[in-house]
Structures are given as C-alpha cells and as structure tokens.
Design a protein around this ligand. Structure first.
Ligand code: TXA
Ligand code: MG
Length: 345
C-alpha cells in the first residue's frame, strides 16, 4: 500500500509531512515534488533503502543518484575537497535547480554513487521538498520518479498513474515549475563541466565562475545526429509513439510535416505535432502546443510527452528549438526522446 498525501505548497500540512518523513526514516521510499521534476526518494546513507529506489524504477544500478539536502552544512558530511567555485555556486544558485558533483566521503555508500568516488548533491527550492527534507533530517537520494526510460513526471497525476503501489509514499504537490531536471555540474576538475544541461545555463554559470565546459559526451551525441546514426541505446524520455525532430526554416518544417502527416494518415497512423503557440495553425493534424517561449516549452515538455501516450498517438513530429540557454536542455531531452532521429529539410 502506498500512503498518498496531497500537500498544498502554500499551506503545508505538517502532519502529512511527518507521516511521509517517518516512512523515509524506516528505510522506505517516498515520491515528492521538486521545482524540476518529481523525485523518488530514500535515505541516501542506507544501502538497502537505496536499492528500493532502483527496484521501483527498474533502473540499472550503475546509474548514480542525486542526494537532496535542505542545509548547506550537510555538504561537509557528504563531500570533501570543496573548492571556492563550488562554494560560489552553492551560495548563488541554491536552493534551486542545479546539482553539483564533488568527491564523496565514505559515509555515502557506493550504491548511492553508482560505484563512483564522487557524489551528486542538490538543494531543492520547492517548499514541499524543503519541508520534507527538514523534517526527515537525512540526506535523501532521489532520481526522477519515472520508470527508467520514460519521461520524468512533472504533475502529480502522472506520478500517481505511473508509480502508485511501486513505492511506500507519494506526496502530490503542484506542477513542477521548471519542468526539466536540474543542471548537473561536475566540480571535481579545475574547469567545471556541465554533464547535463538544465534551466541554470552555461551562460548563467560562466557569469559567476568563469569558463565552464560542456561534457564531450553531449557533443559526441550531437555528432551522431549530423551523421544520422541514431542509437537506440540512447533512447530515453520516450513515449510509446515514435518521435522525430524536424529541423530547418519554419516554412520548410511545416511543409515537410504536413507532407509526412498525409502519408501517415494513408497508413492510418495517428499523428501529432509538438510546436510553439505561434505555429499551431501551420499544421493539418492535431497539435500539442508546448508554449509561447522556451521557458514554457521547458516546463511543459515532459507532460506533453506523457500526454502523447494518453492520446495514443503513433507518431509525433516536433519542431526544433534554439540550442542556446535553456534551449540546450530542451534539445538534449528532445533528442533523447526521439532516439536522435532528426529529419532535415
Ligand atoms: O532535477 C533533478 O535533478 C531530479 C530531481 C528529482 O532532483 N533528479 C534527477 O535524477 O533528475 P536522475 O537520477 O534522474 O538523474 C541524475 C543524473 C543522471 O544522469 C546521473 O547519471 C547523474 O545525474 N549523476 C548522479 N551522480 C553522479 C556522479 N557522481 N557523477 C556523474 N553523474 C552523476
Ligand atoms: Mg531521470
């Protein structure tokens, strides 16, 4: 049985928070909202508890988890060699949607760090997450609360539908305001490196700590796209429908998509287009409007991908977005959900 608590972030029910914190203290799993996506939490210092996270998600155990805290003082218990740049990032961006990678202390089990000598740490700003972490007073390991490979949930209803009875507790709060997972920044080398782009961008970080690199692996995958060598092994954030990114000038993109839609309807494939608000009338099939601007696209992307399954589409075409600022994070997630399939026009 899963204990479900509905909690309003503007009027936090402390009794419900206490019940969920008690579940975590017993070494069990609780899903909670954050400002990025919902997280599936357990005591980060308890190997058995952490094992339950991997089991609930069906996640490979070499994929390390992010440890969530509510007070910067907790960092010293978990990590060592904390650099000046790390301190600047924590002071400037926490609580908020950025995770930092530091060398770990022995107290963090290898199961939490996926066998690495480093640990990922994040202090969320969502009020419900903060209340839970403060009540439980333990560092909480939490990956996104989706079954491995599926889009991350950003709405309570999506969490409930996918995870009820797979975990011990679920806190249903509001929608996640950022909608994409946190930026992951590796601070263990001299020049910090972004391992996963997010709402806090390379430009935001460079403004406070100077040069920041993007992980080579992110670039290599972009080469794959140019080479049109989609690797199914990279598939992630995927709905059941087949997703394609259509790239080019918007007039050409619209023509191409409309041509593909016609072919699909002959084959009786149910098709939708994910697009910006301003383009929705260009397409002669169902549209899923992602928003007016990149911030809105980021916030709506995962729930749009989940709705694709609810409406049982077979094929989804999506417009391409600028690969700059938060656009980089959007394109990173879209490319994965499309299994790197890009149609160039
Ligand atoms: O916004 C978020 O970060 C959400 C919420 C719940 O906080 N969490 C999340 O966790 O997205 P997850 O497990 O879905 O993604 C964590 C990412 C993975 O790509 C993982 O490989 C990477 O962070 N990661 C974690 N620890 C790491 C480490 N020590 N070194 C390198 N990468 C690490
Ligand atoms: Mg995830």
């Amino acid at each position: 049985m899963t204990l479900i608590s509905k909690i309003d972030e503007n009027n936090i029910d402390k009794e419900e928070i206490k019940k969920q914190a008690e579940i975590l203290r017993k070494g069990k799993t609780v899903i909670f909202p954050t400002e990025t996506v919902y997280g599936l939490g357990a005591n980060a210092l308890d190997e058995d508890a952490v094992s339950k996270i991997y089991k609930a998600k069906g996640r490979p155990s070499d994929n390390p988890l992010i440890v969530h805290i509510y007070d910067k003082k907790q960092v010293n218990n978990l990590a060592k060699d904390i650099s000046e740049k790390a301190n600047i990032i924590m002071d400037k961006f926490w609580p908020g949607p950025i995770t930092i990678i530091l060398n770990k202390k022995n107290i963090v089990p290898m199961r939490t760090s996926g066998g690495l000598d480093t640990v990922a740490i994040r202090m969320p700003s969502n009020k419900v997450a903060k209340a839970l972490l403060e009540e439980v007073k333990l560092p909480i390991a939490a990956p996104s609360a989706n079954i491995s490979g599926r889009p991350s949930p950003t709405k309570g209803i999506h969490v409930y539908n996918e995870m009820n009875n797979r975990v011990d507790g679920i806190i249903i709060g509001g929608d996640c305001s950022f909608g994409l997972e946190s930026t992951v920044l590796d601070l263990t080398s001299d020049i910090p490196t972004i391992l996963r782009p997010g709402s806090i961008t390379k430009e935001d970080l460079e403004a406070v700590i100077g040069q920041v690199n993007m992980d080579k692996a992110l670039e290599r995958k972009e080469d794959n796209i140019k080479a049109k060598a989609p690797g199914m092994k990279y598939k992630h954030y995927s709905p059941n429908a087949e997703v394609f990114i259509v790239s080019g000038k918007i007039d050409d993109v619209a023509n191409k998509i409309n041509e593909l839609v016609n072919n699909n309807s002959k084959k009786r494939l149910k098709t939708a287009v994910m697009c910006l608000e301003e383009n929705k009338n260009r397409y002669n099939c169902d549209t899923i409007v992602l928003g007016k601007d990149l911030q809105e696209v980021a916030a709506n992307l995962f729930s749009a991908l989940i709705s694709v399954d609810e409406k049982k589409y077979d094929v989804v075409y999506t417009e391409e977005f600028s690969n700059y600022g938060v656009g980089r994070a959007i394109m990173n997630r879209l490319l994965k959900s499309a299994g790197y399939k890009v149609i160039k026009c």
